[in-house]
Design a protein around this ligand. Structure first.
Ligand code: ADP
Length: 259
């Protein structure tokens, strides 16, 4: 992993127009190539943080990309930061999968041949080759989420912001999506309350609570600390309880849960 800071968040604050203060001064540094997972209970501000980092909400504070502040939504460097919405229906709006996955590359002004190549590659990446002519709205939820990811990947971003990427998936779709994320080379920042997924993909876990970062550390430390998790509205994950009960030392193994 390179030690270059790809993203830095400095003093990020955001208050919803209704008055709810969702971010109360967030500072973060993300290294190129790392997978950072933000965990926290419902309402902690995880989604708001990602939306502000993506420039979709006008937060106070600064987000720097490769050391330079990002300026507004029009900043061309934002094309290097992809965003996967929690609800795939927020990302899919075309009549065919092809059109949806082609949308970003076309907006970038790429020639149609290159657009088609990127669509093919992105669909292959998410395991949906051959879905080009399907209607996104008639797919299963798990397929929709993978198409939504393909719409992001076709733009070849360097950073992926993923909001609750495993929510509402059945066990097999969830497993597939976790494996897919593990195989993506980009720098990734995930917001989730799926602690098992966090354990499987994270290089570093951030504990987020009431609009602030309250703790950060390696998954083997944060996700195994019952007191810490309970203090901030989370529970020791079931798999950790199971490993503890069985005296299993698998937490020390980087091959993690699938082994
Ligand atoms: P999380 O993703 O951790 O569940 P959110 O970022 O969705 O948390 O929410 C953080 C806080 O902001 C919560 O108190 C929530 O009620 C509030 N909030 C979220 N979305 C909106 C919105 N569109 N309008 C007003 N308040 C919101």
């Amino acid at each position: 992993m390179s030690a270059e800071k790809i993203l830095q968040v400095k003093g990020l604050r955001y208050r919803y127009p209704e008055g709810q203060e969702a971010l109360r001064g967030v500072d973060l540094e993300i290294l190129e190539g790392e997978t950072l997972v933000i965990v926290g209970p419902n309402g902690a501000g995880k989604s708001t943080l990602l939306l502000c980092m993506a420039g979709l909400y006008p937060a106070e504070g600064t987000v720097l990309y490769r050391g330079e502040p990002l300026r507004g939504l029009q900043d061309p460097r934002r094309l290097e930061i992809g965003f996967l919405f929690q609800n795939p229906d927020d990302q899919l709006f075309s009549l065919t999968v092809f059109e949806d996955v082609a949308f970003g590359p076309r907006q970038m002004g790429l020639p149609e041949e290159e657009v088609a190549r990127r669509v093919r590659e992105a669909l292959e990446r998410v395991g949906l080759s051959g879905f080009e002519d399907r209607s996104p709205h008639h797919l299963s939820f798990g397929e929709k989420r993978r198409v939504a990811l393909a719409t992001v990947l076709s733009m070849q971003p360097r950073v992926l912001l993923l909001d609750e990427p495993t929510s509402n998936l059945d066990p097999r779709s969830r497993r597939r999506f976790v494996d897919l994320m593990r195989n993506l080379g980009q720098t990734k920042i995930l917001a989730t309350h799926d602690l098992e997924a966090a354990y499987e993909v994270a290089d570093r876990v951030i504990l987020f609570y009431q609009g602030r970062v309250v703790h950060q550390g390696p998954p083997q430390e944060v996700l195994f600390d019952r007191d810490l998790l309970e203090r901030y509205g989370l529970e020791l994950p079931f798999f950790v309880q199971f490993l503890e009960e069985t005296g299993d030392a698998r937490k020390d193994s980087p091959s993690r849960l699938s082994s």
